[in-house]
Ligand binder design. Structure first.
Ligand code: GLU
Length: 482
C-alpha cells in the first residue's frame, strides 16, 4: 500500500490558532497511526500579510505541542523547498502548462473594468472577458508589458462531486464557482493554485484541513483532472466555536495557543483537549497521551457538526495533568507564576508546590491562592465560627493559647511533628481534631478558605511567623471580646 502522507500548511500569521493546532494534530495522528509521514509546509504567498517572526511561532508551537514533522523547512526532506515563496518559479511553469491544457487563461482586465462588474448587491463575478483573446492578442499584450493575472477556467454549466472522508459526497454547481486568480500580477501564486501544485508535487495522499475549504475543493479537483494527476483524499474538519454563533477569536484570547500557555495551561493539556474538539474516541477516554491518541485516532469518530469550546473542561483536564506531576515538575512549570506573586522569594517553593499541585486547575491561580502569605492583618473573627465543628470566636480564645504553647514547645517544626502535636492536643483536651485545627487555620491565615489546612499552613509559614500570627489573632479576639 502507498505510504500515507499528510501535511499541515499554515500561513504565517504570527500566532497559532487552536483550529490550526487541531488540524496539525489530526494530520500528525492520522499519518502516524498508519505509519506515514507528516509534512510541514509554510504558505506565505500573501506577502502583504508578512509578519516578522511568524514562521518561528509555527515551529515553536508545534514543538511545544509534541507534534513533530518528518519534513519541513527547518528539518529538510526530499520534496522541498517547503516554503511556498521559495517555489515561485515552479508555479509559473505549471500555470503555463494549465493554460495549454485549457484549464486556465491570461487576464489583462483593468481594476476599473473589474469594478464595473459589481452588481447591485455588491457581488462580483468575472465574466470570462479575456478568455476570448486570441493567441496573437495575448502575445502582443505580454510583449507590450501589460500586467496580467492567470485565472482558472471553470465550466459555466453542470455539477461536480467528490467524496470527503468526513462529510461524504459533496456536490457543487459550477455556476457557483468563480474563475479565481491562480497567479497574481506580481507572479506569485494564490492559495487556490499553490495548494494543488504542492500537494501533488509533495505526494500528499490525504489533505486534512478546515471545513472552510469544503466547497472550494471542486475547483482544485478540476486542476488535478486537467493535469491528469490523481486527486488526494480529503478530510475536512468541523469549525471550532466559542458558542452557538461565534467562532473562537484571538481578540478575545480564546483562539491563540500562546495565550493559553500564558494563562497557565500546559501545552500537553491544551493539545489533549484540542484533540477532543471534533473527535471522540470510541473508548470514551478523555485524558490521553500522544501515543494513546495515535493508537485510538480514527476518522469514524470525527464529527461533522461544529465543536463548542468548553472552558470548564479544559480547566479540569489541565488540573488533571498538574495533579499527576511530581512536585519538582510542578515547581518548574509553576515558577513564572510564583514569580508573579508578592511573596516570591519569601517562602519555600517546594512546600508550596506540594501544597498547590492538587489545588489549582491552571497555574495563573497561584498568586491569588497564596496571597494569604502576604496579607495578614485585621480580619473578621466571625470566621472562627464553624457549624459542624461547633467552634466560634469565644472558643478560639480558649484553644489558641493551647495551640500556641504546643507549637512553641516543638523543637522540630516538621509536618509530622506539627501534626502529631496538634492531634495529641485534641486528645488531651477531649476535643475533636477539627476543634483544634479549624481555629488554628483561621488564626494562621485570617481566612476561611486556604489551600491546605492548619498543618500545611504552619509549615509554610514556619514556626516564628506561625506564632506571630497566632499572637496577633489572640490580641484581635481579646479586643473584639471587650
Ligand atoms: N494556508 C491555508 C490555511 O492556513 C491552508 C489550507 C490547507 O490546509 O489547504 O488555512
Amino acid at each position: 500500500m502507498e505510504k500515507i502522507r499528510t501535511r499541515f500548511a499554515p500561513s504565517p500569521t504570527g500566532f497559532m490558532h487552536l483550529g490550526g493546532l487541531r488540524t496539525a494534530l489530526y494530520c500528525y495522528l492520522y499519518s502516524k497511526k498508519h505509519g506515514g509521514d507528516f509534512i510541514l509546509r509554510i504558505e506565505d504567498t500573501d506577502q502583504e500579510r508578512f509578519v516578522e517572526g511568524a514562521v518561528e511561532v509555527i515551529y515553536s508551537s508545534l514543538h511545544q505541542s509534541g507534534i513533530s514533522y518528518d519534513e519541513g523547512p527547518d528539518v529538510g526532506g526530499n520534496y522541498g523547498p517547503y516554503v511556498q515563496s521559495e517555489r515561485k518559479e515552479l508555479y509559473m511553469q505549471y500555470a503555463k502548462k494549465l493554460i495549454e491544457l485549457g484549464g486556465a487563461y491570461y487576464c489583462f482586465c483593468s481594476k476599473e473594468r473589474l469594478e464595473s462588474l459589481t452588481d447591485e448587491n455588491g457581488n462580483r463575478k468575472y465574466d470570462k472577458h479575456c478568455l476570448k483573446l486570441t493567441k496573437e492578442e495575448i502575445e502582443q499584450k505580454i510583449a507590450a508589458g501589460e500586467p496580467y493575472v492567470i485565472r482558472q477556467n471553470i465550466p459555466t454549466e453542470g455539477k461536480t462531486s467528490y467524496e470527503d472522508m468526513v462529510y461524504g459526497t459533496i456536490t457543487v454547481d459550477y455556476s457557483d464557482l468563480e474563475d479565481n486568480i491562480l497567479i497574481k500580477s506580481d507572479g506569485m501564486p494564490t492559495y487556490n493554485f499553490a495548494n494543488v501544485i504542492d500537494d501533488h508535487l509533495m505526494n500528499i495522499t490525504h489533505v486534512i484541513r478546515g471545513t472552510e475549504y469544503l466547497s472550494s475543493t471542486p475547483k482544485y479537483n478540476l486542476m488535478y483532472d486537467a493535469f491528469g494527476w490523481e486527486r488526494p483524499k480529503y478530510i475536512h474538519l468541523p469549525t471550532i466555536m466559542k458558542d452557538a454563533t461565534r467562532k473562537l477569536s484571538k481578540r478575545y484570547g480564546d483562539a491563540n495557543f500562546d495565550d493559553f500557555l500564558n494563562k497557565g495551561y500546559l501545552p500537553e493539556a491544551v493539545v489533549n483537549y484540542v484533540a477532543l474538539l471534533g473527535w471522540s474516541p470510541k473508548e470514551n477516554v478523555e485524558k490521553m497521551t500522544m501515543q494513546q491518541m495515535i493508537e485510538l485516532f480514527s476518522l469514524d469518530g470525527v464529527s461533522k457538526s461544529p465543536s463548542i469550546f468548553d472552558d470548564v473542561k479544559l480547566r479540569w483536564l489541565n488540573g488533571e495533568y498538574l495533579k499527576e506531576m511530581s512536585d519538582e515538575q510542578f515547581e518548574k512549570v509553576a515558577l513564572p507564576f510564583f514569580q508573579k506573586s508578592k511573596v516570591y522569594g519569601k517562602y519555600d517553593l517546594k512546600l508550596l508546590s506540594a501544597l498547590l499541585k492538587t489545588r489549582v486547575e491552571i497555574l495563573s491561580e497561584i498568586p491569588e491562592k497564596i496571597d494569604f502569605l502576604e496579607e495578614f492583618g485585621e480580619y473578621d473573627t466571625q470566621l472562627f465560627y464553624h457549624k459542624k465543628m461547633k467552634t466560634d470566636a469565644q472558643m478560639a480564645l480558649t484553644v489558641l493559647p493551647w495551640i500556641k504553647e504546643a507549637l512553641e514547645g516543638l523543637e522540630e517544626f516538621t509536618h509530622d511533628a506539627v501534626h502529631d502535636r496538634l492531634i495529641a492536643l485534641a486528645t488531651e483536651k477531649e476535643m475533636k481534631n477539627g476543634q483544634i485545627l479549624w481555629p488554628a487555620r483561621v488564626a494562621l491565615s485570617g481566612k476561611d478558605v486556604t489551600p491546605g489546612g492548619a498543618i500545611e499552613l504552619a509549615l509554610i509559614l514556619g514556626k516564628e511567623e506561625s506564632l506571630r500570627r497566632i499572637n496577633f489573632s489572640l490580641e484581635l479576639l481579646k479586643k473584639n471580646a471587650q
